[in-house]
Write a protein that binds this ligand. Sequence first.
Ligand SMILES: [Zn+2]
Ligand SMILES: [Zn+2]
Length: 239
Amino acid sequence: MSDVDAGADGRDMAGMLELKIIPVTPFQQNCSLLYDSETKEGVFVDPGGEVDKLRAKLDEHGVTLKAIWLTHGHLDHAGGADQLREELDVPVIGPHKDDQFWMDEIADHWARYGHPGMGRAVVPDRYLDDGDRLELGGVHFDVAHTPGHTPGHVVIHNQDMKIAFVGDVLFQGSIGRTDFPKGNHAQLIDSIKTKLFPLGDDMRFVPGHGNMSTFGQERRTNPFVGENATMGPNSSGPG
Ligand SMILES: [Zn+2]
Ligand SMILES: [Zn+2]
């Protein structure tokens, strides 16, 4: 899969921050590079692995990385964070502390999936909690704690840019798996309905895997959590 340039909207949606989506790891996890087009300061959201590829992307756009933001502790989302922190001296921020047990096991999990060395365990410099705020280039992002897929999952969103980074909570036409340790389907559905959908139908979101969508489209049509949903818990697909 080639890199996705979300920048057709990147400028007009905000005139503030540019967004590039870079699929990484064998799981094709959507790492987001978000940066200020003037100062060239940026953050990665969920740099799950392939650090060399991510650093090349920074160089391509002349971006200086300021921080790493994590939505949850799974290997494909958090596996590259420790190496990037070491190489670029930037803080790792998020997820919620309840995901530390996942982050402790990242190296072992990559080995179990047949890709030893793909990622490292990581302890964030700062955990996130519901109601916290993050900032990049004068743009403030709000944090919602959204357990269900993992207990410490967070979603990072901004109302002016109409963009949310939802990790593996919600996908275009699907929802996060809940058949992992400490997964909880009822909690996941509650997170989506009480924390995400109220942010507005016009909110676009970057999921951890696959195409972008909007909360409105998913509220209307998602077979797991939309208005006419008929599907029960999801136990397949990307984690
Ligand atoms: Zn996950
Ligand atoms: Zn994932």
